[in-house]
Unconditional design. Structure first.
Lengths: 200, 200
DNA sequence: CGTCTATTTGAATGTACTCAAAAGCGGTGG
DNA sequence: CCACCGCTTTTGAGTACATTCAAATAGACG
């Protein structure tokens, strides 16, 4: 899939407006740097090893970022649904080959912003430093809460916490993917779910 | 322990200077908002339940942030050595009662900056948005790499990775604390270390 | 020197994984 | 519209990784 013609920048502008106020010229500059794209289910947005040049805003659909270790085991690092930002941040910032894959879990429309353009944006509209400061801050907090969960809770509680915290994601992805996000096998997740309401 | 008179702001200014350039007036404003403090080994910098008003720069020494679950089990969320920033970010940003404890692992000198002053700094010297954008970005990346480790590696590899990545921390904290950072029991960490060079 | 805590060691247990096979479900082509 | 194919989910047996509890040993600090 490729370019999209019929989509609105309203959602991404709303997303930005939640943290900073742009005038018309700034809005025009910002939108001129954006590249909307359609991605079909299972299509890769980023492949491990390929230099990660873009950060993506999810306009609609669902993406996931995952890591594949030497034995081929996949670990889902994050999901991103509508109105989220996603990239392989480490490699994006340092202009390095990606360590993650990012794929569309369902048909999605994303908005691409590349590193050069983002740096230009920081230079020309310093308010965006604030915007991404807040985005990074929230991302950091999310990951820290996840680390707390992972360290302090057993698998069953982590699963229930995930369902509570991300019901929309839970509704759109398979159990296999949830298992790989929780750091357990699909078999074991099934086991956990099985003994949900059972005695003992 | 309390106020410190004989310490230099050089390290923290160097830390800031790595990302943004301040003129004399900006430097004066910034340093006027800082509160240096000494903390003895085992002293708490933040207690769970207490509103988290400050972010801390570590001038010297070592701190750790940890979570205590209902059963009383401690999980170390992060260590901070000289030149690192630390706080309970979720509660700091949202002005909420802390979910974490932060304590001095050894005698330390820290520099406190409170939320009101930080907000004032953002307003008066917008460059600090950039500075903390980078700090948050690095913190996010660190946590994400940690999540990848936790999901994809067994305990032994996580331990070896920790020793490689943070040799200075490893040298200053007990095995018990490293175990609680890795999410395993001290007994099991001892076990892992025991069979280091052994046959099978 | 004595006390307190960290570390080690070991046995018994539990949590989660592997492997294998069956059952369920969704999409696709005839 | 049905039948088939591929993938996900379930189930179960056997195993491995990690925990708990207990006790002995070693280190750190006043």
């Amino acid at each position: 899939m490729g370019k999209t013609r019929h989509m609105s920048y309203e959602p991404i502008l709303q997303n930005v407006a939640r943290h900073i106020a742009l005038d018309d010229a700034e809005t025009d500059l910002f939108t001129s740097l954006l590249q909307p794209e359609r991605r079909a289910k299972k299509e890769l947005i980023l492949h491990e090893g390929q230099v990660c040049k873009n950060i993506h805003y999810v306009h609609s659909g669902t993406l996931r970022a995952y890591y594949v270790d030497r034995e081929g085991k996949e670990s889902t690092i994050m999901f991103a649904i509508a109105d989220w930002w996603i990239t392989d941040m480490y490699c994006f910032i340092n202009r390095l080959p990606a360590m993650l894959f990012i794929e569309a879990v369902e048909d999605s429309v994303i908005v691409r912003l590349n590193k050069e353009d983002l740096d230009r944006l920081y230079a020309e509209v310093p308010k965006f430093e604030r915007f991404f400061r807040i985005i990074m801050q929230n991302a950091y907090i999310r990951e820290q809460l996840r680390v707390i969960q992972n360290l302090s809770q057993p698998a069953k509680q982590r699963y229930e916490h995930f369902l509570e915290k991300y019901p929309q994601i839970a509704g759109k992805v398979t159990q296999k993917l949830i298992a790989s996000y929780l750091g357990i096998t699909p078999e074991f997740l099934s086991n956990i779910r099985g003994r949900k309401g059972k005695i003992s």
